[in-house]
Design a protein around this ligand. Structure first.
Ligand SMILES: Nc1nc2c(ncn2[C@@H]2O[C@H](COP(=O)(O)OP(=O)(O)OP(=O)(O)O)[C@@H](O)[C@H]2O)c(=O)[nH]1
Ligand SMILES: [Mg+2]
Length: 139
């Protein structure tokens, strides 16, 4: 279909641990997007280094990889028109404390005051990122 797009959604280990997989996927589905593929896995350092390669030089990179590998994640390919922007919008901004109420991060995420951010989900930030990331998680 013209304009149909895909994005990568991850329910991060904190979201899985807190039993929020259904809550997150329900929000995606209620918006009218389609779950085109879905799996649960514990991410390896190799996958995470590739996925977050843009952050390799950041001071929080080691913490980010640790946070993302403490338990399983749920990876999903989500489909719909303008789905990249749409799922970013449903996710909310990076820091849960400041993320808008009504968003996944605003309603469900926390940062813990010690620099640790537990923001429940990842979603691709552009169609190009989505294509790159889907290839990493669904190869
Ligand atoms: N501990 C810590 N983690 C951070 C910080 N900034 C970003 N992160 C983590 O790194 C992830 C990726 O950062 P960004 O790509 O800038 O943020 P984002 O696009 O909203 O989040 P993603 O969807 O996970 O990519 C964030 O979601 C956080 O989990 C930080 O300053 N400290
Ligand atoms: Mg990002």
């Amino acid at each position: 279909m013209a304009g149909m797009e895909q994005t990568l959604l991850l329910v991060k280990p904190d979201g899985v641990h807190r039993n929020l997989v259904g809550e997150v996927l329900a929000r995606i589905e209620r918006k009218g997007y389609v779950i085109a593929d879905l799996k649960m896995l514990t991410a390896t350092t190799e996958i995470l280094s590739e996925h977050y390669s843009e952050h390799r030089e950041k001071p929080f990179f080691a913490d980010l990889l640790k946070y993302m590998s403490v338990g399983p994640v749920v990876a999903a390919v989500i489909e719909g028109s303008r789905v990249v922007e749409g799922v970013r919008s449903l996710s909310g901004s990076t820091e849960p404390t400041m993320a808008a109420p009504g968003t996944i991060r605003g309603d469900l995420g926390r940062d813990w005051g010690n620099g640790q951010i537990e923001n429940i989900v990842h979603s691709s930030d552009s169609p190009e990122s989505a294509e790159r990331e889907i290839a990493i998680w669904f190869k």
